[in-house]
Design a protein around this ligand. Structure first.
Ligand code: NAD
Length: 307
């Protein structure tokens, strides 16, 4: 069992930390939001006065923060956390950030004599709670072997995809596909409902047909179709629209960097930007369906056929 410092106890980090506690690891936690810390402490974690305090005797430091600027601000600079982490400790950042930021922080960690992995995750809040996340890891394979037992307490699939930063590139590829698929699934359901179809029946059919995806089967965007999906609880507690927007911005930067053409990814980025402007930025990204249908006023209710 390891002494772990866990920084960032939000929608993902909270349940990930809970699974590490269940597996018997000793956790010291820190978040800027007191209620998130209180939940982790109630589950058995130790309270810390600051991030530096949390890492002071850690063997492994795990961070799960919103974006590049949070990760760089946490680790780098004169007051950065790298200076406070004990020699020989391993640093694992699970946030989804720019590949260039991941490399920059990993290089600084190496300069300080610390090993670091970028290990963004896929699987959503349900996967974080169930301990079934997919870890997409960039960095040294030998370092991953050391981290593997700890990652296995939070996930069931671990992919080593390359050197430092490669985990972030692979994660961005996945999220570009996810963003496009969620938007088009919303479009398909809205079209069917506008023709008087029942969103649940349509989703069940699609889930065993060629239009099937995580968006139809796990995170269905139509309210009431899946009781555990964010759409059925007012689009709360999932993967925020503005986090998807952030990821698609990183996708665009990554595409520009290598001259890649991503017409659907760019279109999806614009859809999530419009959804944010419509006031849905804090909601789960499946709320993008609101651009196509007034689902919030009419949850799951079939309308009269128009043909
Ligand atoms: P979140 O906003 O719910 O949680 C982030 C947490 O970090 C917050 O509790 C915030 O207070 C804390 N934080 C920010 N700066 C901090 C600092 N300096 N010190 C300590 N705590 C700090 O976000 P989330 O949904 O948990 O996502 C976290 C990361 O995981 C993001 O990069 C996101 O893109 C990625 N991700 C999210 C999902 C999902 O379904 N939510 C899925 C896969 C990946």
């Amino acid at each position: 069992m390891s002494r772990i410092a866990f920084i960032g106890l939000g929608n993902m980090g909270g349940p990930m930390a809970a699974n590490l506690l269940k597996a018997g690891h000793a956790l010291r936690v820190f978040d800027l939001v007191q209620s998130a810390v209180d939940t982790a402490v109630a589950a058995g974690a130790s309270l810390s006065a600051s991030a530096a305090d949390a890492v002071s005797d850690a063997e492994i430091v795990i961070s799960m923060l919103p974006a590049s600027r949070h990760v760089e601000a946490l680790y780098l600079g004169d007051a950065g956390l790298l200076a406070a982490i004990p020699d020989g400790a391993l640093v694992v950042d699970c946030s989804t950030i720019a590949p260039a930021s991941a490399k920059k922080v990993a290089q600084a960690a190496t300069g300080r004599g610390l090993a670091m992995l970028d290990a963004p995750v896929s699987g959503g809040t349900a996967g974080a709670a169930a301990g079934t996340l997919t870890f997409i890891v960039g960095g040294d394979a030998a370092v991953l072997d050391i981290a593997r037992p700890v990652l296995e307490a939070m996930g069931k699939n671990i992919f080593h995809v390359g050197a430092s930063g490669a985990g972030q590139v692979a994660k961005l590829c996945n999220n570009m596909a996810l963003g496009v698929i969620m938007a088009v699934t919303g479009e398909a359901l809205a079209l069917g409902v506008a023709h008087g179809l029942d969103a649940g029946v349509l989703s069940q059919m699609m889930a065993v047909s060629t239009g099937r995806s995580w968006a139809t089967e796990v995170c269905n965007p139509w309210p009431g179709v899946l009781p555990n999906a964010p759409a059925s609880r007012g689009y709360t507690g999932g993967f925020g629209n503005d986090l998807m927007l952030k990821d698609l911005g990183l996708v665009t930067e990554a595409a520009v960097g290598v001259g890649a053409s991503i017409p659907l990814g760019e279109l999806a980025r614009n859809l999530y930007a419009l959804n944010s402007k419509a006031g849905n930025g804090e909601l789960d990204f499946s709320s993008v369906i609101r651009l196509m249908s007034a689902v919030q006023d009419d949850p799951g209710k079939p309308r009269a056929p128009v043909v």
